[in-house]
Design a protein. Structure first.
Length: 279
């Protein structure tokens, strides 16, 4: 058996930058009511009209005002921006059940709460989110995946005495091969109902590091660290797609984030997983 000095140089990293706040989905409080309407966001809530700050349904109006502290019943038609936002968040939480009825539904609720109260701080250190990422990576077959490429490359280098795992040539070969693949994302049919499709879905940044490598007489093993970051935010390119605009959940989300009467900041989500490969 022999061991090498690890972690070695990064095996792979996406072109997207870590902590990149320049993208459109990380903007907030930047659009007027007329600009939001021009994007097709006319029917936002079933309870309140955020553009005129009034209740839409009187039954809902009476129900919701009873839970608003210090709310005056003398003017039960209008709401303040703070009250309107609170009602929209409650409606968003209820609607999330359409997409988050599985094992990660509590994670969805945590992230909505963080959106409301976190003031743009990063979201991470979540065991449930890390487990979801581990499950995503380990559930895929090795063929045509980044893990499959790394495993095949290690096998090729181990079987060729002229080559060394962890060398610059090894790293170059791994990177070149991974660039031609699709990195794992939460976009399967299962993710549409287990909560991950609306909490992460796409993954903006990914980095892959080999933590260690050990070769034995009859095989080898390696620990591969995957680090990832996504944006919990919506951009214009998202909300103009039918997939997003047809669901009230996303219309409410976009208005809460981008309406200049509100100031709810999107945030980055950080997660990671370590996978053991053998050969």
């Amino acid at each position: 058996m022999y061991e090498m000095n690890f972690p070695c140089e990064i095996l792979f990293q996406t072109k997207h930058l870590f902590n990149d706040a320049s993208t459109d989905d990380m903007q907030y409080s930047d659009l007027s009511a007329s600009e939001l309407r021009s994007l097709g966001l006319n029917d936002v809530s079933t309870i309140v009209d955020p553009y005129n700050m009034i209740f839409i349904d009187k039954t809902a109006q009476l129900f919701n005002t009873s839970f608003i502290p210090e709310y005056s019943t003398k003017d039960v038609q209008s709401v303040t921006p703070e009250q309107c936002a609170s009602i929209l968040f409650d409606e968003m939480r209820k609607l999330s059940g359409m997409f988050a009825s599985g094992q990660y539904k509590n994670l969805t609720a945590e992230m909505i709460n963080h959106f409301q109260h976190g003031k743009g701080r990063p979201f991470g250190h979540s065991a449930l989110l890390n487990r979801a990422y581990f499950d995503l990576l380990s559930s895929k077959q090795y063929v045509d995946t980044s893990l499959g490429i790394i495993r095949k490359m290690i096998n090729d280098y181990v079987n060729d005495r002229r080559k060394q795992v962890g060398s610059h040539n090894f790293i170059w070969d791994v990177r070149s091969a991974i660039f031609g693949t699709t990195l794992p994302k939460f976009n399967d049919l299962e993710d549409r109902v287990n909560g991950m499709g609306i909490t992460v879905h796409d993954i903006y940044f990914q980095r892959i590091v080999m933590l260690n490598f050990k070769q034995y007489q009859t095989g080898w093993e390696a620990d591969i660290l995957f680090e990832a970051q996504d944006h919990f935010g919506l951009g214009r390119e998202d909300i103009t797609k039918n997939l997003y605009q047809n669901f009230r959940y996303f219309r409410i989300w976009f208005v809460l984030q981008r309406y200049n009467c509100f100031s709810f900041k999107p945030f980055v989500t950080n997660f990671n997983a370590t996978i053991k490969l053998t050969g």
